[in-house]
Design a protein around this ligand. Structure first.
Ligand code: FES
Ligand SMILES: [Fe+2]
Length: 413
């Protein structure tokens, strides 16, 4: 079926509450275009950690949908972002995923731009040509507690402070600004970004799919909060709450942050920030055996509080931080049926690999879990392609998926 915008509106209006979406939402190019224009392109998206580009001229490419963005350190204190499109006839300027450039020279006819995006006067242009009118197209960029965010919007981006100002105290406590990337891994996923997000926002699949993740957490915890606040049933939350309350009291007594942010489907970003105990078995860190992943605590932690900070900037960007390391996950839509998943593991910038931390141990929980997620989400899409697929009903453990779908429908309407 080729969808017209009327068909899309009909599909949006026909969405049945408490059920998964109709097939076109998971594979139709027109709907994907709409997702990118109305929703993803109008939000701040988490791109990377600033430590990836420490020196002037260091850059990396951030590829999202059809866009390629050059994120480059233009001065010691400034990172800029430009669309990877030459202002002459449109060639891409950079093709390597990362590198260092003194200036950006187009491979086609050698138009050359300074690191601030301004064009140097090219040869053999007519006399009236004004290079100042042909700077690179800038992309909105915000550096925040060590993280780099981009917004593709042609207009004014959402007010960053209004969205995320309330996150600063906890992010600062974790010392993400003084972190380094100990490891990164890509998990290209052959399905629509919404299937990746839906899967990340429920823990109904944890018991059948994630033996390792379940060995680190307790059953009651996963039933109540396995995919964050709002992901489990009220009964499961009530049962687990005393453990959370006791942990909160302990964290407060240590002077550690315990604040909670939880925005619903009517908000811009569905943002969440919550601190919880790793489990109820004295695990200091989210590792195989609960022992620390790094000898160096991050930020302002002086002692382990056995907590984990779970942050969702929006459905595409997450940080799950123990006291000594953090995993950062970004889900980046590429096409209607392809999503880039990248995970970074952060430690304190002074921690030394092999001495203070072991990379395998650091990555273990989430590397094995995300690999399993790739298999189940791709199988999910394979089934959705069948003529017999029809939207199916959510369990009480998939409440946050319903919140996400409502947020999504609000966003593209
Ligand atoms: S397209 Fe870049 S110089 Fe011609
Ligand atoms: Fe999972």
């Amino acid at each position: 079926m080729i969808l017209s915008s009327k068909n899309i509106h009909d599909l949006i209006d026909a969405r049945q509450e408490g059920f998964s979406l109709e097939r076109p939402f998971y594979e139709d190019d027109k709907i994907f275009k709409r997702d990118m224009e109305k929703l993803v392109g109008e939000r701040w998206v988490l791109a990377d950690h600033a430590s990836r580009i420490p020196n002037v001229g260091d850059y990396f490419l951030f590829e999202i949908g059809k866009e390629s963005i050059i994120v480059i350190r233009s001065t010691t204190s400034k990172i800029e972002a430009f669309f990877n499109v030459c202002r002459h006839r449109g060639s891409q300027l950079c093709s390597e995923a990362q590198g260092n450039k003194k200036r950006l020279t187009c491979p086609y006819h050698a138009w050359t731009y300074q690191l601030d995006g301004t064009l140097r006067p090219p040869p053999q242009m007519p006399q009236e040509f004004d290079p100042s009118l042909f700077s690179l197209h800038a992309c909105h960029i915000k550096e925040f507690n060590g993280f780099v965010f981009l917004c593709l919007s042609k207009g004014t981006p959402p007010d960053f402070e209004e969205e995320y100002g309330g996150f600063s105290e906890t992010l600062n406590f974790h010392g993400f600004k003084n972190a380094k990337v100990a490891a990164r891994r890509q998990y290209p996923n052959a399905c629509n970004w919404k299937l990746v997000v839906e899967n990340f926002l429920e823990c109904y699949h944890c018991a059948p799919a994630h033996a390792e993740y379940c060995s680190v957490h307790s059953r009651d915890q996963l039933l109540a909060l396995g995919a964050g606040p709002g992901s489990g049933s009220e009964a499961a939350v009530a049962k687990y709450q005393p453990i959370v309350d006791a942990w909160n009291t302990k964290a407060k007594s240590l002077g550690h942050p315990t604040s909670m942010i939880d925005r619903d489907e009517t908000s811009l970003d569905m943002a969440q920030l919550v601190r919880l105990p790793v489990n109820d078995r004295d695990y200091q860190s989210e590792t195989k055996d609960g022992h620390p992943a790094s000898k160096i605590l991050m930020g302002q932690f002086k002692t382990f509080d056995n907590g984990i900070t779970s942050i969702s900037f929006n459905p595409l960007g997450y940080v799950l931080a123990s006291n000594d390391f953090a995993m950062v996950a970004r889900f980046t839509p590429r096409t209607a049926t392809e999503t880039d998943i990248e995970v970074l593991w952060l430690v304190d910038e002074t921690a030394v690999e092999g001495e203070d931390y072991d990379v395998e141990n650091l990555m273990w929980v989430w590397d094995v879990t995300i690999k399993q997620d790739k298999i189940i989400t791709e199988a999910n899409y394979a089934g959705i392609k069948s003529s017999r697929y029809q939207p199916g009903p959510y369990s009480t453990q998939e409440a946050r998926v319903e919140t996400f779908i409502k947020w999504y429908i609000n966003g593209i309407r």
